[in-house]
Design a protein around this ligand. Structure first.
Ligand code: SAM
Length: 336
């Protein structure tokens, strides 16, 4: 019988779940690598030299690609990893999964545009800050009937066009929201001008997602042209002081995408309580069970278990694809 104390079985289960839930349909390469690892004692032995928090498939695979592993079948990958484990281990220890996906702005924009402006944006867990420029990207929403809805920055089309399949009663705005101030918080801000940080952001993009790689390059250009302050620190420790610095006369919106999952339950609850106390609007785009209180307000959970829930001030608004590829607005405030 296997116990929960068996680290080999735990890692195998973790990689199998990653293959079946996260990678399937998203990355053939990572699906096959993760399945391969799950059945390979020798490779699990290497991975288990890392502390448990660093054994994440996404971190290990990104670190391997950062160090030059090519997209291949599993046997070739396993051989490469055995040969280069020392390097990969160092990268895992020195880095975290900080994927920064500008495409997620496509799911935020209809909600942001519904908040009376002008807006002061604060993103907690901002990585390199690419989601802090929602007003500087163009958007192409494709509706279920195949028609398209475009939105552009006030000064004309952006070189970054974010594609999103939209369904349900999405409150499309006429214009992008006016943003008069913006700032971020991150435990480890990535620098859009640092070649190592940029290489790490590239390695975090899954192998087959060439469109995301192209978008990353273009979004980095936008961010380089418009530097934004990113406070280094823990979101719970830093948020109140940053909110106090937002300009008077603007609606302060604190938002986050794929961040609260990295916090323990007590820290999530502390953050939610702070959002209720501060004079801010709070926009969250997180996994279904991540934000305390949101899942309970849904009539029905999303049929796609990998989808996130977008919520404003704790009220669910929409289901979103993790990289912003789709947005399903809910028929009423509580569910489908
Ligand atoms: C998966 S990335 C998401 C980045 C960005 N929000 C996006 O969606 O593209 C999560 C980010 O949250 C940051 N993070 C995790 N825990 C944090 C904390 N307690 N305080 C501040 N930042 C945190 C990580 O450093 C990382 O950059």
């Amino acid at each position: 019988m296997r116990t929960s104390m068996d680290p080999h079985a735990e890692t195998a289960d973790r990689y199998r779940a990653f293959a079946d839930v996260e990678a399937r349909g998203m990355s053939e390469c990572y699906e096959s690598w993760a399945h391969g690892v799950a059945g390979d004692r020798a490779t699990i032995g290497l991975i288990n030299r890392l502390p448990p928090a660093k054994r994440q498939p996404n971190l290990v695979f990104s670190a391997a690609r950062f160090r030059g592993a090519s997209v291949s079948g599993y046997p070739e990958f396993a051989a490469w990893l055995a040969e280069n484990w020392g390097d990969v281990e160092q990268v895992c220890l020195a880095h975290a999964t900080q994927t920064n996906e500008a495409g997620r702005c496509a799911t935020l924009v209809p909600a942001l545009a519904g908040i009376p402006g002008p807006l002061a944006l604060i993103e907690v867990g901002t990585s390199a800050g690419l989601c802090l420029h929602p007003d500087r990207y163009s958007y192409r929403y494709t509706l279920p009937d195949g028609s398209e809805r475009m939105l552009h920055p006030a000064d004309g089309p952006s070189p970054v066009v974010l594609d999103c399949a939209a369904s349900g009663p999405v409150p499309f705005p006429e214009h992008l929201p006016e943003v008069v101030w913006r700032a971020g918080i991150d435990l480890n801000p990535l620098d859009v001008n640092d070649p190592d940080d940029v290489a790490w952001l590239e390695a975090l993009i899954w192998p087959e997602h060439e469109d995301r790689r192209v978008r990353l390059g273009a979004a980095l250009e936008v961010a380089r042209a418009e530097p934004v302050e990113i406070v280094k620190g823990d979101l719970n420790a830093e948020i109140e002081a940053l909110v106090a610095r937002a300009p008077a006369g603007a609606s302060v919106v604190v938002f986050h995408t794929v961040v609260l999952a990295y916090l323990n339950e007590a820290d999530r609850r502390r953050f939610v309580a702070t959002m209720g106390r501060l004079p801010v609007r709070w926009l969250a785009n997180e996994g279904q069970t991540v934000v305390p209180g949101v899942m309970e307000k849904l009539v029905a959970p999303p049929t796609d278990t990998t989808n996130f829930v977008l919520s404003l001030d704790g009220e669910p608004l929409a289901f979103t694809q993790p990289h912003g590829r789709s947005l399903q607005w809910l028929d009423d405030a509580r569910g489908v």
